[in-house]
Write a protein that binds this ligand. Structure first.
Ligand SMILES: C[S@@+](CC[C@H](N)C(=O)[O-])C[C@H]1O[C@@H](n2cnc3c(N)ncnc32)[C@H](O)[C@@H]1O
Length: 284
């Protein structure tokens, strides 16, 4: 197939420029722009708009409220939230990555929206300070997910709301004729994430932290080929380098070519499911 450079040699330097499993350490990546572009691609997918609306609804009535968006990335979601809380409220977007925070600030803010570099595992805020906290696609990347979940609860006042969205990477579906290779690729890609089952664990994790009125909304994201490839090719290249993939480079290349051809004729299908959890912080 002409013009299609598939498999692990996709990046300009002979390998993919980024790896979604490295959202944990964006500032140490050779090209932080890769992660910014990745989030822009993701947030442009229509289902992401529905996820944002679910999370906003899970936070409850927003006018005049104080909300922290933990792991805010480029800050686009925090900007949307700032419009919802209005000038009588405020929003703080925090992210571990200073490259992300710089980009969030560069994209502009309302006066009542600020951005701060902070580790979700150790938020620089007193207890019970916000009306609500939100974390979209973040806990699944946190090096210490237990600490990060506890921090989200700690900074929200009793009766306040949490809204959290994470994928469950084992829910990936890819329509490919090679069933065994596809199963292996889903497993290897999933296992490459720090907290690959975070989505299915949200109810248990936050119940154990004393949250109540917990609701769960599943969202299945149908992934365009270009976005799917960007999502997994870095992880697969790393798995191959680590000897964790039984496929040879040419078998992987051929697996990709089948998908590229399916995309060319409009028959590519891939999806992944995540879970949006809303919950109330207990009064005690
Ligand atoms: C997949 S992006 C999601 C960004 C944003 N929430 C969105 O949905 O557009 C994950 C973000 O979490 C950040 N992150 C990863 N580990 C973190 C941690 N321990 N504390 C704070 N942010 C973290 C990354 O830097 C990245 O910006």
């Amino acid at each position: 197939m002409s013009g299609v450079n598939l498999g692990p040699k996709g990046g300009a330097n002979g390998g993919p420029k980024g790896n979604v499993a490295e959202f944990t350490t964006v500032d140490r990546a050779p090209d932080s722009a890769w992660f910014i572009e990745f989030m822009d691609m993701a947030n442009a997918i229509p289902e992401y708009g529905r996820i944002r609306r679910t999370l906003a609804a899970q936070l409850g009535q927003l006018g005049g409220k104080s909300i922290v968006d933990v792991g805010c990335g480029t800050g686009d979601d925090a900007r949307e939230l700032a419009k919802m809380v209005g000038s009588s409220g405020y929003v703080v977007g925090t992210d571990l990555s200073s490259a992300m925070v710089d980009e969030a600030r560069r994209r502009g803010t309302e006066p009542w929206l600020t951005f701060q570099t902070a580790d979700a595992n150790q938020l620089p805020y007193p207890d019970n300070i916000f009306h609500g906290a939100r974390a979209k696609l973040v806990l699944m990347h946190c090096a210490d997910i237990t600490a990060a979940a506890a921090e989200l609860v700690r900074v929200v006042r009793p009766g306040g709301r949490l809204a959290v969205f994470d994928y469950d990477f084992d829910t990936a579906t890819i329509d490919h004729p090679d069933v065994e290779a596809t199963r292996e690729i889903v497993r290897v890609t999933s296992d490459g994430h720090p907290n690959n089952w975070s989505g299915r664990q949200l109810v248990r994790r936050f119940s154990e932290l004393g949250m109540f009125e917990i609701s769960i909304n599943p969202h299945t994201v149908v992934m365009p080929y270009k976005f799917f490839r960007r999502t997994v090719e870095g992880r697969l290249a790393m798995a191959m380098a680590d000897g964790k993939l039984s496929l040879s480079p040419s078998e992987l290349d051929s697996w990709w070519q089948t998908l590229a051809e399916a995309d060319r004729i409009g028959r590519f299908f891939c999806s992944i499911t995540g879970f949006a959890m809303g919950a109330t912080v207990s009064q005690w």
